[in-house]
Ligand binder design. Structure first.
Ligand code: IDP
Ligand code: MG
Length: 139
């Protein structure tokens, strides 16, 4: 079976950086065999985040989400591999860290902190279109 080599945007969100989980998250990514093509630590600005999360504009968690993403540095990663878009989302686990499966980044390391927005450690692009759009924003 031949599958295309893809790239995806992974972000270690401010909670992951603040909790010093960047290394643990990168370890899981590399242990899976995905290739880190580029990586940088950035303090995002509001304009970048509003574009990044444009699909969520108008939702109740949008403003808390932007504020959360502004709260500290983010590690942005250009990640490469066969089916890496789907594969990283599988490593990350589902959005709500309380119910994300054990074994996933969010399931093992995240929890509900009783906040307006889910602090769930990582972002991963959800489609080839999102991945191209997001990589162009961040790199
Ligand atoms: P994803 O990160 O799993 O792709 P999205 O639906 O794209 O999830 O939402 C973007 C981010 O917004 C989530 O990672 C999470 O931080 C936050 N979020 C999404 N839905 C909710 C919600 O219902 N309540 C609180 N925060 C949410
Ligand atoms: Mg998403």
């Amino acid at each position: 079976m031949s599958t295309p080599v893809e790239e995806t945007l992974v972000l270690v969100k401010p909670d992951g950086v603040a909790r010093q989980l960047t290394g643990e998250i990168l370890r899981r990514i590399e242990a899976k065999g995905y290739v880190i093509v580029d990586l940088k630590m950035v303090q995002a600005d509001r304009g970048l985040l509003e574009q990044h999360y444009e699909e969520h504009q108008g939702k109740p968690f949008f403003e808390p989400l932007v504020e959360f993403m502004l709260s500290g540095p983010i590690v942005a990663i250009r990640l490469q591999g066969n089916r890496v878009i789907e594969g990283f989302r599988s490593l990350a686990g589902t959005t709500d860290p309380t119910t994300a499966a054990p074994g996933t980044i969010r399931g093992d390391l995240g929890r509900d902190w009783g906040l307006k927005v889910a602090q769930n450690l990582v972002h991963g692009s959800d489609s080839p279109e999102s991945s191209s759009r997001e990589l162009a924003l961040w790199f």
